[in-house]
Design a binder for this molecule. Structure first.
Ligand SMILES: [Zn+2]
Length: 323
């Protein structure tokens, strides 16, 4: 407790210091007190906090960002664009240095997005590629739905049911290839909440409140969905997911829970949540150009289709090998 308190005081002191005219020798230029946001690309991969008082400040990378987590935690931000994807991991093991991963523009997909539903790469059951992040859900994670944020044109129970199915597609390994479910970890829905997701409209993971929430809201134009995963750092084992928030962009995109023949321009809630829940459970991105038929391929496969609800071989194998 005393240690935690001391750390917290240090953090506050560092943060306060960063707001004042502190520009002592050795402070990285990117971290100067006048910089409200710190550009990840201007930092080394491992950042000495004596040279960059980052605690409580926002690290930005491309169009996304994350507030530096408290000591002992890692935050991973994933933005799904209608074309492409951006990822950033900010890790703060002990409070004296942070490490960054995923910095820089992700390679732009070469797949044609104009056709919407067609993706390039092997068929889903012939593509075993997967990409793993350094964390997983131990046992279970409780989550809530921000009911008030669900657009009025959707049935609220229907939207929550689609969110639940999206999660179950991941932890229940719902693939089309006959691969069994070996995932020892699950999501438990705890009900509605008025609590906001810890994601803001400019695409930043805010400090997590320890509760996992899915909601609709605003995100930068071009960003369909956004996931933040906060995890506790574990030595010699995958980090343990503490909370995972997901926001679906309802300001720039329209949504549906049932794709029918008359669907026009609406994105499927379950498909998007399935992909973002892949991030909750520790899967990373697969490139659109080479693995476009996997659920974890970086682009959405477009409006009015449900292909990402069903996992491909690589998605399923990635989950089973992690759990
Ligand atoms: Zn993603």
């Amino acid at each position: 407790m005393a240690t935690a308190l001391a750390l917290a005081c240090t953090a506050v002191a560092m943060f306060a210091g960063s707001l004042m005219a502190q520009s002592g020798p050795g402070v990285y230029g990117a971290c100067g007190p006048e910089k409200q946001k710190i550009r990840a690309g201007a930092l080394p991969e491992v950042v000495d906090e004596d040279r960059c008082p980052v605690q409580g400040r926002v690290i930005v990378d491309g169009g996304i960002g994350a507030v530096v987590p408290e000591p002992g935690m890692t935050v991973t931000a994933d933005a799904t664009y209608t074309e492409g994807h951006q990822h950033l991991t900010v890790s703060n093991p002990r409070g004296d240095q942070i490490s960054l991963d995923g910095v820089g523009a992700e390679p732009r997909s070469e797949a044609s997005s104009d056709l919407g539903t067609r993706a390039s790469g092997p068929s889903p059951c012939q593509d075993g590629y997967h990409n793993s992040r350094g964390y997983k859900v131990y046992n279970y994670n409780r989550w809530y739905a921000n009911i008030g944020s669900i657009p009025d044109y959707l049935s609220k129970p229907g939207a929550v049911a689609a969110m639940k199915r999206g999660g179950a597609n991941i932890f229940g390994v719902q693939d089309s290839c006959g691969i069994p479910d070996r995932v020892k970890g699950e999501l438990r829905y705890k009900g509605g909440t008025s609590r906001q997701v810890d994601i803001d409209s400019n695409g930043t993971c805010n400090p997590n409140d320890g509760e996992s929430v899915i909601g609709f809201g605003d995100l930068p134009d071009g960003t369909l969905a956004y996931a933040c995963v906060a995890s506790w750092i574990v030595d010699n084992a995958p980090d343990r997911v503490a909370s995972s928030d997901i926001r679906l962009n309802k300001e720039d995109y329209a949504w549906t829970t049932q794709v029918s023949g008359s669907c026009s321009g609406r994105y499927d809630v379950e498909s998007s949540v399935t992909h973002e829940r892949g991030h909750t459970f520790g899967l990373g991105e697969a490139s659109e150009g080479s693995h476009g038929n996997l659920t974890m391929s970086e682009d959405s496969n477009g409006a009015c289709q449900i292909s990402e609800r069903s996992l491909g071989r690589g998605d399923a194998k990635g989950l089973n090998s992690k759990y």
